[in-house]
Design a protein around this ligand. Structure first.
Ligand code: PHE
Ligand code: ZN
Length: 898
């Protein structure tokens, strides 16, 4: 029985590998019930190894070793040893040699979806982070880079398509109705980028001509019958290729670029060299099956994986502690792409929302870690919001501090220095520092320190001197991460961050003031990037005629919590006048949060329903906001973002002290209903005005109109009278695109109306053969606030439309319930916690990565009242005491209970 957190490994213990592998020759024969893998590894001692006589130790997981040869000679007993997941070579080794192993694996029984596994129409691989060892014995670490060839054999009728990384170099038929294909990747790569596919798939083909005239074949492979759903992904791929040339001068380097979609996949997608493997969710889309957000996500994920070809593949990570080297940078790049392709303001707002929903809670909970952790137990647990999203924020701060041109020079220098290498985050920062001349020594604290810093800013205006002074203080108390390392005797030094504070000052008419800092001879622009480096620091602005309203942290220039004592009037002023879209939105979110905080307290005091906590002017501010969408230059997409009140998850995080999920839910709902009643006329008018008549397109303008129209529908539905019900049902029955259908269905699912079951049944009946649409059907129910949601979700576990082996289904039903439906997950009777624990235990035996992701729902259990805490603790302890619990879940639960 396990009692605590599994053994950690430490960044400081990194040593270079004892051996290197030049080439890997794989032969994979897929048979019924098993696969035979022959691997010939051309190895030699690493001259840079710490111990020149170290033994050769290969890693393998769930492999049955058949034979092993050294330069062709069969090794006998005593010349090697198998111990746990290791294969130790005792035989004497020459300087260089070829080691050939033959192993049998069981892809059909591989429910973890790591290594080679079966999914409906064929066989697929997933090797990041440590899946290659589940295919063959290897030095399965990213600093071992080799050239690969792979020959795949399989039944020709069942698996007509055989794919590998790089270029096809041969193919043919074999007896027994089988065939083979050989692929060769001309680039050296780490094992985590290996991929192969043997499946029955349809293919969409297109061509991209690179800036230097290379003709690249682009291919998207999907389940038979789904070719009409791949056009958007293909277009996104070609846009990404063009963008990376235009913005970073980076060109595609292979003749083939393939994307294969698979329905069973733990993550979003994987950047295997020349052979990306994608979750179908990020490939398949048609106007009637996918929402605007789905289309947008496809753009972003396709771009992300494509951008990895340079940031990740050409230059990769030395070790997994450096994961953010490729992920933070590549997320930053896909975000920039998103800002260029869609609305920059909306894109940025959505990113900040993701950060606050997923990363801030992580940084404040038991799994807190810096973007480059110093230790971990299970690497799969560190494909985290911190490594990805905060990692991207850190890159963005470098971009802001040194500017776009220096950043581009830094990228060029990074590739000039490190192309073909496996490097560290320091190497990246060094390139940026050398290219820009800005000292980034202090900045590197972002790589080592965990936690969301708080920036306490106070403004003081002095009419006599016409000066406006901003006092800035940073707070960065130690997190669970630092406390653990301290207890382990491995303390982390902490100190003030270096961060860009982008700001402007607004006068009483909403005009931007010219900015002259003390010591400067003349004003320079109306927006400045202040470099904050001290624990406490002051910035003085001269020639300010009257007390201004500061517009702070423009574009969310640093991943911090800003504490500035804005009055409601100042926030309304910023909402109306700030030139920065993020700050306008942020002012609205703050105003709503302040009101909701009062509402939550009122509900706790038993006086919430009086609505006395809602200022009478609030509805007017929102009316003005709604109206601004129709004014010249108005942006419905931005207004739609601004109409959304902060989510319950964000409000939980914003709570100081004990969280009351029922009061949060009640206050938020009451405010929504209040706005709906007060603004019924304008909401209905906007709803009708925003109707899109043109044929569906996912492009930004149409999508923005739909977003605002559906936001209006959501509010109108809160009124819950015959009129609003008719509106919702009419939209549900007549919509010609999934965006509008889902908006209506979501409104229907909120209420326990007679229409609900009928609408859900009709929807399922229509879409039962489209797996991704069935996921939407599950999710709309698991995230509903209806009182019976808990029971319904439990019942859905037994529904034929659900499949616990499929990660997308688990995420739609179980994770969405646990992570995005706090009212029900934190039910006071403990039913949500018990449900989660049951699911985690059941999943852990099949797919620990997925189980572990569900377990993260318990991260914030200590923020709740003692009653809920005791209920959560019981479930966490029950999970922890399970025999044979995976390292993935053991780490999460162990840290939660620490
Ligand atoms: N590296 C992938 C990405 O960022 C994510 C991934 C990690 C996929 C691990 C599978 C397994 O796009
Ligand atoms: Zn990535």
């Amino acid at each position: 029985m396990r009692t605590d957190t599994p053994q950690a490994i430490y960044l400081k213990d990194y040593t270079p590998p004892a051996f290197l592998i030049e080439t890997v020759d794989l032969d994979v024969a897929i048979e019924t019930g098993h696969a035979t893998v022959t691997a010939a590894l051309a190895c030699h001692r690493n001259p840079a190894a710490a111990d020149p006589s170290a033994a050769l130790v290969l890693t393998g997981e769930e492999l049955k070793l058949e034979t092993i040869r050294l330069d062709g000679r069969l090794l006998g007993q005593g010349e090697y040893a198998l111990c746990d997941d290791r294969l130790l070579i005792h035989a004497e080794l020459p300087e260089s040699f070829t080691l050939t192993t033959v192993s049998t694996i069981n892809p059909d029984g591989n429910t973890q979806l790591s290594g080679l596994y079966r999914s409906k129409d064929g066989y697929f691989t997933q090797c990041e982070a440590e899946g290659f060892r589940r295919i063959t014995w290897f030095l399965d670490r990213p600093d071992v880079m080799a050239k690969y060839t792979v020959t795949i054999h399989a039944d020709k009728a069942q698996f007509p398509v055989l794919l590998g990384n790089g270029n096809p170099v041969g193919a043919g038929d074999e007896e027994g109705g089988r065939h083979w294909a050989k692929w060769e990747d001309p680039f050296r790569k780490p094992s985590y980028l290996f991929a192969m596919v043997a499946a029955k798939l349809d293919m969409l083909e297109d061509w991209f001509v690179t800036k230097s005239g290379r003709k690249v074949r682009c291919a998207v492979y999907v389940e038979p019958g789904k070719l009409d759903q791949c056009g958007h992904a293909m277009a996104a791929l070609k846009k990404s290729m063009k963008w990376d040339e235009d913005v970073f001068g980076l060109e595609m380097d292979l003749d083939h670029y393939m994307i294969v979609a698979v329905g069973d996949f733990n993550m979003g997608a994987m950047e295997n060299k020349g052979l990306n493997i994608f979750n179908t969710k990020y490939v398949l889309a048609r106007p009637d099956t996918a929402t605007d957000i789905d289309f947008q996500n496809i753009d972003r994920v396709v771009a992300h994986e494509y951008f990895h070809n340079w940031t990740g593949n050409r230059v990769t990570c030395r070790d997994w502690f450096q994961l953010s080297l490729k992920e933070g940078l590549t997320v930053f790049r896909d975000q920039q792409f998103g800002m260029d392709m869609h609305s920059a303001g909306v894109t940025r707002i959505q990113e900040v929302r993701t950060l606050r929903t997923a990363q801030f809670p992580e940084d404040a909970g038991p799994m807190a870690h810096p973007i480059r952790p110093a230790s971990y137990a299970e690497i799969n647990n560190f494909y985290s919001a911190t490594v990805y999203e905060k990692g991207a924020e850190v890159i963005r701060m470098i971009h802001t501090l040194i500017g776009k041109d220096a950043f581009r020079k830094g990228m060029d220098l990074y590739f000039a220095r490190h192309d073909g290498q496996a490097v560290t985050c320091e190497d990246f920062v060094a390139a940026m520092q050398d290219a820009s001349g800005l000292d980034l020594t202090q900045f590197k604290r972002w790589y080592n320190q965990a936690g969301t810093p708080k920036l306490v800013v106070r403004g003081a205006y002095d009419a006599a001197t016409k000066r406006f002074t901003l006092d800035v203080e940073q707070l960065y108390p130690a997190t669970a991460y630092e406390k653990r390392l301290e207890a382990e005797g491995k303390p982390v030094a902490r100190g003030a961050y270096h961060l860009p504070l982008v700001l402007g000052l607004l006068d009483a008419d909403g005009r931007e003031l010219p900015l002259r800092l003390a010591g400067e001879t003349s004003a320079a622009g109306t927006q400045r990037v202040l470099s904050v480096t001290e624990d406490r620091q002051s910035f003085v602005f001269e020639d300010i005629a009257a007390a201004p309203v500061p517009s702070l942290l423009r574009g969310f220039s640093a991943p911090v919590v800003l504490d500035y004592p804005y009055t409601a009037a100042e926030l309304t002023h910023l909402m109306a006048h700030d030139s920065d879209a993020f700050c306008r939105w942020e002012a609205g979110q703050r105003l709503a949060t302040d009101i909701l905080t009062a509402g939550i307290a009122a509900y706790q005091a038993g006086d919430g329903d009086s609505l006395a906590w809602i200022p009478t002017t609030y509805a007017d501010a929102i009316r003005a906001l709604l109206g601004s969408a129709f004014a010249p230059g108005g942006d419905p997409a931005l207004v739609a973002e601004a109409l959304a009140l902060p989510s319950e998850v964000v409000l939980i995080e914003a709570t100081d002290g004990t969280v009351d999920p029922d009061a949060i839910h009640a206050a938020r709902l009451a405010l929504r209903r209040h706005l709906a009643r007060e603004l019924k006329g304008p909401l209905a008018a906007a709803y009708h005005e925003l109707k899109v008549d043109a044929p569906y397109s996912p492009e930004a303008q149409q999508a923005g109109a739909r977003a605002l129209r559906n936001a209006c529908l959501g509010y109108l539905a809160e009124i819950d009278d015959a009129e609003s019900r008719a509106l919702v049902m009419t939209q549900f029955d007549t919509a010609d695109n999934m965006t509008d259908t889902m908006a209506a269905l979501a409104a229907i699912a909120q209420f326990e109306l007679a229409e609900r079951d009928d609408a859900l049944a009709r929807f399922l009946d229509k879409w039962k053969d489209e797996a991704l649409v069935v996921d939407k059907w599950l999710m709309v129910q698991s995230t509903a606030r209806a009182a019976d949601t808990g029971q319904r979700v439990r019942a859905l576990l037994q529904h034929p439309a659900f499949d616990i082996k499929n990660p997308n289904k688990v995420y739609a039903l179980i994770r969405a319930f646990c992570a995005a439906n706090p009212k029900h997950f934190h039910a006071a009777d403990g039913s949500g916690y018990a449900f989660a624990a049951d699911a985690i235990l059941q999943l852990d035996a099949m797919n620990p990565q997925v189980a572990s992701r569900i377990a993260r729902a318990f991260d914030r259990w200590r923020k709740f009242d003692t009653h809920r805490q005791s209920l959560a603790r019981v479930q966490l302890a029950r999970i922890q005491s399970q025999n044979g619990l995976s390292r993935d879940v053991a780490e999460v639960v162990g840290k939660a209970l620490d």
